[in-house]
Ligand binder design. Structure first.
Ligand code: PHE
Length: 425
């Protein structure tokens, strides 16, 4: 449940639709799905496995397992890079989550009633131009996140997610139903699912792979930290497959709800980060009971973002408290402060925002994942790996082992090379 909470977040509802829109739709979506299946799931199993075996925070997990395997202690760099990536992501994540919080209040006040592309569009650009308002919401979100992490994440989080996920899903289905009736459903559907490979550049392939890592919270230690809290008798492979399935389902439903509205209302699919914040309020503003649905929806987006943000700073906090004798509150407070300052940077400069987004999703997470795969399948003893995955049969184990050893790392590297190549061609 906690891992689902980490995975399902702004990545699914906000980021996936807008990057699918910017990268031409169908072919991008296909590459993304293939990356989830062939790269994301195997590496996610590896990441959980490492955490559960070592039962420590990501930095100490890597140090401990490297020592156990007689390998260099440099492997702990995976943990370091993860803590840094978590902070970097939190910097822009909390700004976007802040927008969602603002939309809770706006929806409740009926701001979007009868809204159209122009009025909602104007509302969104006013919000993103108001530094004060954004700072207020971004700070609120940071404080909420710090409060839970300081109190210790594992308690309560599972229950919150158990309640929130189904409600979020139902609301997405309501939106999907509305989109089906009132939106241009065929246009939306064919945009997302007809594969036009001529629209696919090296950059799009990299973005699709990066997003597979981002949406699964993969490659930065969050999943490793949750793995370390996972009971020894729970099945890693089953848990990972469930999380990946739910995560993908929510992203696809969000996309199918959003794009028909985009086409029916004359919004550009490539409108960028505002795509969800402009298209969905139009639907809420024009459906019966829309103010209430809209308010609930943005509350749930806020909660989904919150349960993801918790896992962004948890690895760093766990490391600080386990390594130095400082209390959780101080550790969480300092992580929160650094992320908050970076968030100010993102509010004042959209270039900084985009830079952090690309740096983490397209590079830091895939490199983290690549190293995790190599460590698990080449450095660790096979018998140790086997022990954690004991519940899956010989064939599935071998399939996973082969993909973690060869296929997934090779694919990540190929995509990096293809990106570099297409930069110069
Ligand atoms: N997976 C989260 C989302 O899709 C973002 C995230 C990335 C959370 C990395 C934790 C670690 O919104």
């Amino acid at each position: 449940m906690a891992a689902t909470g980490s995975a399902v977040g702004l990545g699914n509802i906000w980021k996936f639709p807008y990057i699918a829109g910017e990268n031409g739709g169908g072919a991008f979506v296909l590459v993304y799905l293939v990356c989830i299946l062939m790269i994301g799931i195997p590496i996610m199993i590896a990441e959980v496995l490492l955490g559960r075996r070592a039962q420590r925070n990501p930095i100490n997990t890597m140090r401990h397992l490297a020592a156990q395997a007689g390998a260099s202690s440099y492997w702990q760099l995976i943990g370091w890079m993860g803590v840094l990536a978590g902070l970097f992501i939190m910097m822009f994540y909390s700004v976007v989550a802040g927008w969602a919080l603002d939309y809770v209040v706006a929806s409740a006040q009926g701001t979007f009633s009868g809204g159209d592309k122009n009025s909602v569009g104007a509302y969104f650009s006013e919000l993103t131009q108001s530094t004060n308002l954004q700072i207020a919401w971004h700070s609120t979100f940071t404080i909420l996140t710090v409060a839970v992490v300081a109190a210790g994440v594992t308690k309560g989080l599972g229950n919150a997610v158990r309640f929130m996920m189904p409600v979020l899903f139902v609301l997405l289905l309501v939106l999907l139903g509305y989109s089906y009736q009132q939106g241009n459903f065929m246009a939306g559907f064919s945009f997302l699912f007809s594969f036009d490979f001529s629209k696919l550049s090296g950059q799009s392939v990299l973005t699709a792979m990066g997003h597979a890592f981002f949406t699964l919270s993969l490659g930065m230690g969050a999943i490793m930290a949750y793995g370390s809290y996972m009971p020894k008798d729970a099945s890693i492979a089953k848990t990972v497959c469930t999380v990946a399935f739910l995560d993908t389902l929510i992203a696809l439903v969000a996309g199918m709800a959003i794009f028909p509205l985009v086409f029916a209302n004359g919004i550009e699919p490539s409108a960028g980060p505002g795509l969800m914040f402009v298209s969905l309020p139009i639907a809420f503003g024009n459906m019966p009971g829309g103010d209430i649905f809209g308010t609930m929806f943005f509350v749930l987006v806020g909660i989904a973002a919150w349960s993801s943000a918790i896992s962004l700073i948890e690895p760093g906090v766990a490391w600080l408290t386990e390594t130095f004798n400082i209390n959780r509150l101080a550790a969480t407070g300092s992580m929160g402060l650094i992320a908050w300052l970076g968030g100010l940077g993102c509010i004042y400069s959209s270039d900084f925002f985009n830079f952090l987004d690309k740096l983490t999703a397209n590079f830091m997470l895939p490199i983290g994942g690549l190293l995790i795969a190599i460590f698990t399948a080449w450095v660790m003893k096979r018998s140790h790996v086997n022990k954690e995955l004991g519940d899956i049969s010989g064939l599935s184990f071998n399939l996973w082992y082969a993909s973690t050893r060869v296929f997934a790392p090779l694919s990540v590297l190929t995509i990096f090379v293809y990106e570099v190549y297409s930069l110069f061609m």
